[in-house]
Design a protein around this ligand. Sequence first.
Ligand SMILES: [Fe+2]
Ligand SMILES: [Fe+2]
Length: 472
Amino acid sequence: MSLTDSIPNNVDLASDRKLLRALEHWRPNFLDWWMQMGPEGFQRDDIWLRTAISVDADGWAQYAYVRMPEYRWGIFLVPKSGERTIGFGDRHDQPAWDEVPGELRGSLRRLIVTQADTEPASVEQQRQLGKTAPSLYDLRNLFQVNVEEGRHLWAMVHLLHQYFGRDGREEAEELLARRSGDPDKPRILSTFNERTDEWLSFFMFTMFTDRDGKYQLAALAESGFDPLARATRFMLTEESFHLFVGETGIDRVVRRSAEATRRDPNGDARAQGAIDLPTIQKWINYWFSSAIELFGGEISSNAAEYFATGLKGRYQEQKKYTDHLALEGFYPMPVVENGRLATREVPLRNAMNEVLRDEYVEDCERACRKWNRTIEEYGLDFRLRIPSRRFHRTMGIYAEHCFDPEGNLITREQFEARRHEWLPTEEDRAYVQSLMTPVYEPGRFAPWIAPPERGVRGQPLDFPYVKFASRD
Ligand SMILES: [Fe+2]
Ligand SMILES: [Fe+2]
């Protein structure tokens, strides 16, 4: 198979010799990285995966058994529709760019590289999880997420190769050289250096961390740099499945937890082999507070700059807003002043990270209401909640202070005294880890998680989503 056949694409790869050569050079390095850092121990198995093969709304993906190293990582941009203009900022209504404007080259490269770096990072973080999958259904979903993060890396590397010349090629190599959690060459963002080594964390990651990705991609989908807007728009179609895995994964853990609490004579879910609701809450507190850092500083001149120059818009900039300049108006920001919380009026452009974070928090709260409806079905009073965005922060304006999960300012001593109530303890982690034994029999599920409502793409729950090659 020639390279252009094995890379499904709609960027006319066959006739772009220069791009083709760059990718020919990069691909073996990508495959080396995948074999070294991709899912460990499953590279020879047949996984029932979807592959993006076009950008048609219906029929963009194909489902078939694939060995992961043979996955066809493709390059797709949502097609141009007429002459696009820049939708916001100082150059509002000017034609969108098909090439990188010289003066924005550095910022644009940084935006693309930062997004790109998260894609391989998450594959690295999740590479041991296959060994403890709670079912074949979940195992397959993990690998689906992994190969698609790989494709997202391809999507960003395509932009680097096509539009950034030699710098772009170097960045593309660097993306394969950094390693999640490696002290010498870590991934760029700290959340992407954290361990995701049990499945409750995997569901939290796909719920909270991938969801940051959705909002970042959506903001870049508004970009005045048209190839970036079109690439990220297509990535969002795949991303929604990752979020589904997280949101429904947590819901299934919650369902089993509520059911076990109900069933146990002492209301002890752990005694029934499930994860108790307070422990799930701690994982939510931990992962939400980590993911929310990814939006950047609350008051940010970088964010203002990205907006002003037309590089990064707001979530659904065209649909949701009428004032695309954002030169007037203020964002009422809670800040700590003289030892107490007060509201400061921040010029809107400087609060763009916070505006995006608002959308994210609202989305997380929507999901949490769903989990609580599951708990209600079992007649329990316990309710999960999304903690305040001020809780447990290590970056931004709240990092110097301590807050409880409701967002009240407290002292460091008060925080430390209650840390074990709010965040996973070593003992909690050991308990969750103790549940992680693999279940590979079609149609069976580990006792700590409920089965999903339905299988993948109309297949039954006992479908052999993964067919293991003989182990020798
Ligand atoms: Fe991604
Ligand atoms: Fe994702």
